[in-house]
Every structure is written in C-alpha cells, then in structure tokens.
Write a protein that binds this ligand. Structure first.
Ligand SMILES: [Fe+2]
Ligand SMILES: [Fe+2]
Length: 141
C-alpha cells in the first residue's frame, strides 16, 4: 500500500485554466478526491465513504454541465469530443461507484483512485486548458 501523501493530488497552479468558476470547481474536486483517498486509507465507515463518493459524482455532473454550457455559449469547435470525454469519465466513475456500493471488495480501490487522478491530471491539463485558451482568447479586446 502506497503512502497517503503519494496517493493524494497536490494542488498546483499548473491546474489553473484561467476561467474562475471552473478553476474554483476543479480545486474543490481535488479536495474531495483527496478526502476520499484519506477515508479509504483510514477505513472509515462505509456510510461516510459512500457520502463522499456521491458528492464527487454530483459535483462531477454539475461541473461537466458548467463546462459544456461555457463551450456551447462560445461556439467552441471541439465541443463534441470534449463532451464525449466527460461522458466516458462519468460512466467510468459511476460504474466504479455503483460497484463499490454493492461491495467494497469488488472494487480495486487503486483503480478508482487512478481513474480520478487521470481525470484531474489528464483531462484538466489537456482538454480543459485547450478549451480555456480558445474561450478566453475570444474574450480579449
Ligand atoms: Fe473540468
Ligand atoms: Fe472538461
């Protein structure tokens, strides 16, 4: 088992994409994911872990909806691919969460944490940044 510090995501300004509402939500999601890491490592009771899993799910959905709204309202040309990525991430997470709720032993916890890390590190640093570059450049005079 890796150390907790190794498995948590250290927030860095590199994650900032330059759209305030979206950056705020990313930061909150990183906090939630780190909280989940800690709860899994500390073997806290299932109810608390399920609450955290449910909160991440709800925030992910709301977050993706916000980004999709921003993309549509700016006529972002890569909207379909970006939305498809959101759908894949949400499906993957929902499947893992449902499995975990059926029986925590059915889930490879490390796989779940890796999936969340891949989303934060991968999706935000690539797709979200790419979106922001185009959206914010359109705002400049
Ligand atoms: Fe995002
Ligand atoms: Fe996104």
């Amino acid at each position: 088992m890796k150390a907790a510090a190794e498995r948590s995501i250290v927030w860095s300004d590199d994650f900032l994409i330059g759209i305030e509402e979206i950056d705020y939500e990313h930061r909150r999601l990183v906090d939630d994911i780190n909280k989940l890491h800690r709860e899994l490592l500390d073997h806290v009771d299932m109810e608390r872990i399920e609450n955290t899993l449910g909160r991440i799910h709800a925030r992910m959905q709301a977050h993706f909806a916000l980004e999709e709204h921003v993309m549509v309202s700016h006529g972002y040309p890569h909207y379909p691919e970006h939305k498809a990525e959101h759908e894949r991430l949400l499906d993957e997470y929902t499947e893992l969460m449902t499995k975990f709720e059926r029986g925590p032993n059915l889930v490879d916890q490390e796989a779940m944490e890796n999936m969340l890390r891949r989303w934060i590190v991968g999706h935000i640093l690539t797709s979200d940044k790419k979106m922001s570059l185009m959206v914010t450049s359109g705002r400049r005079p």
